[in-house]
Ligand binder design. Structure first.
Ligand code: ASP
Ligand code: MG
Length: 404
């Protein structure tokens, strides 16, 4: 007997027909003699709709009340799915995050899971019940509901799998796995049979919208076997694991992130401590800095250019402007018409020429690179936003040529 955690995203439970389909998948798994714990997200666009409702009433609503509101989306899904499973004649129980024992930190809207108190879960499993848990939520030490950040149900599922020592954690969605690029705009994108945690983590953080990146981080930490698969087609998906054995590919994927802005501070003194002052100020405001480029000093001054998430741009500009004198900056500019395009793959560590291949594809398409950053398993470039989709296509074509 295996213990399987299955997570279904909002698109997989968007209406009655989809809920019944999920009930069939869950009960089929149960019928094979497995214990099944299910996590569901809010139906379809429910979370967005709830945010809109809140904005109509108070665009500056407190995060506590936002969490109170947003957590209801998942509560609707768990009860409906449990009803669909009841209708098929199986023992089932739905549990909200706090009923399932999710104890979270207090930061509303983006809480981390402290631990899961699994007593109730184990008791229900002992009664042979299928358990349906509300994703994306828990309770903090003040007994308030906190949510885990957008897309957080994936993380709920992996946390349950880790706590219950599940044999696997299946993430069901409306695509049939992880692709080498977004098939919606990249011709010839290929489905991967497997990918490593590290590669998936990079792809998830670099803009591939498949998995919540904290879920992958957690899966890596607790050795949870994950699989991303389709709730609409019965076929194998993509396995996420420690080492990928089957395919030795140079790169595993191309991703783009449009949510970036570039900030340049100009004419700062070319002396020790300047970068420290600037970036510690940004860090104190919790502004995430990504690619950093510093020019060679001339006439005793230099320029520092860096990227931040577009959503943090105004904040970053405000703190820099307010501290212009202290930081001894002569000028600061920003640009939001940029995008970050990245390639990811453990294979690039042992194969020279990967960067050259990527840059060659961009050069041939006449796409200018504004900034570059690399790590062991990724290369990112900053380019004009309106060229981002084209860039993904030409880079993908260079690494995965479509056979004529
Ligand atoms: N319903 C939440 C959201 O839309 C959580 C999730 O879907 O994972 O972000
Ligand atoms: Mg999701």
């Amino acid at each position: 007997m295996a213990l399987i955690v299955q997570k279904f995203g909002g698109s997989s439970v968007k209406d009655a027909e989809h809920v019944r389909n999920v009930a069939r998948i869950v009960t089929d798994t149960y019928n094979k003699g497995n214990q099944v714990v299910v996590v569901v997200s809010a139906q379809g666009d429910t979370t967005d709709d709830l945010i809109e409702k809140a904005n109509e009433i108070n665009p500056k609503a407190s995060k506590r009340e936002m969490d109170m509101l947003l957590s209801t989306g998942e509560q609707i899904s768990i009860s409906l799915l449990a009803m669909a499973i009841e209708a098929l004649g199986y023992p089932v129980i739905s549990l909200t995050g706090w009923q399932a024992g999710f104890v979270c930190h207090t930061n509303y809207g983006n809480a981390r899971i402290r631990h899961i108190d699994a007593d109730r879960l184990n008791a229900e499993l002992d009664k042979n019940k299928i358990i349906i848990v509300a994703g994306f939520q828990g309770v903090n030490r003040l007994d308030d509901i906190t949510t885990l950040g957008r897309g957080g149900s994936d993380t709920s599922a992996v946390a349950l799998a880790a706590t219950l020592h599940a044999d696997c954690c299946q993430i069901y969605t409306d695509v049939d796995g992880v692709y080498t690029a977004d098939p919606r705009y990249v011709k010839g994108a290929i489905k991967l049979n497997e990918i490593t945690y590290d590669e998936m983590l990079e792809l998830a953080s670099l803009g591939a919208n498949v998995l919540h990146n904290r879920s992958v981080e957690m899966a890596k930490k607790y050795h949870v076997n994950m699989e991303v698969l389709s709730s609409l087609e019965d076929k194998p998906g993509t396995k996420v694991k420690e080492v990928a054995t089957m395919e030795k590919m140079l790169i595993k994927g191309v991703a783009k992130d449009d949510n970036v802005a570039r900030i340049s501070v100009m004419g700062v003194p070319d002396e020790p401590g300047i970068a420290y002052n600037l970036f510690s100020l940004l860090a104190s405001k919790k502004i995430d800095v990504d690619i950093i480029l510093q020019s060679i000093g001339r006439d005793g001054t230099k320029d520092i250019t860096f990227t931040v998430p577009e959503s943090c741009m105004l904040n970053a500009m405000t703190v820099i402007q307010e501290n212009k004198e202290v930081l001894r900056i002569s000028d600061v500019t920003f640009n939001t018409d940029v995008a970050k395009v990245s390639i990811v793959g453990a294979g690039m560590q042992s194969n020279p020429g990967v960067a050259a291949k990527m840059f060659g594809a961009l050069s041939e398409a006449n796409i200018n690179i504004k900034m570059i950053s690399t790590s062991e398993i990724k290369i990112s470039v900053l380019i004009d936003k309106d060229k981002a989709k084209q860039a993904c296509n030409v880079i993908h074509e260079a690494f995965f040529p479509v056979e004529a």
